[in-house]
Design a protein around this ligand. Structure first.
Ligand code: FES
Length: 151
């Protein structure tokens, strides 16, 4: 294949992007409505995506699997350069943003696991001491609201 193809020749249709990324075309259209990816329209009003959209979609899917909200993903993608194709360093820089968030959620889940481990094989559902039956009241001495999720 020639390396002198016009930029449009390197673009992907929505079907090609779906095949290559393993993400359904309906999900790709949703990402586009949400401002996570973008396309240009042909004269026949068909979507065409630049090839680096594949990496954007991979980043979105991985971030979603990690439980990152769409708004945070959109914000991170907004930090990529618009005037050139993002480099490996650009992608590394924005994915680094998830590290502190993941560390905090791992700590929260470990605390929940430790609380709930008392319940395994117990079944008492005690209002006084059971994290399953009364998780917030048990923690009320630490302040209002869902303490495990905001501490
Ligand atoms: S079920 Fe007994 S401590 Fe939770």
């Amino acid at each position: 294949m020639s390396s002198h193809l016009a930029p449009q020749a390197k673009e992907l249709t929505v079907g090609e992007l779906a095949d290559r990324s393993g993400v359904a075309a309906s999900a790709l259209r949703f990402y586009e409505r949400e401002g996570l990816i973008s396309s240009r329209r042909t004269s026949g009003n068909q979507r065409r995506y630049s090839r680096d959209t594949l990496r954007r979609v991979a980043f979105i899917r991985t971030s979603q699997r990690l439980g990152i909200p769409l708004a945070a993903i959109r914000e991170a993608l907004g930090l990529l350069p618009e005037d050139r194709t993002p480099t490996r360093q650009d992608w590394a820089r924005i994915s680094e943003r998830w590290r502190a968030d993941l560390d905090e959620r791992i700590r929260t889940l470990q605390r929940l696991r430790d609380d709930l481990s008392e319940c395994i094989g117990c079944g008492c559902l005690s209002l006084d001491r059971c994290a399953l039956s009364n998780p917030y009241d048990r923690l009320s001495t630490h302040g209002p609201g869902p303490r495990r999720l905001i501490e």
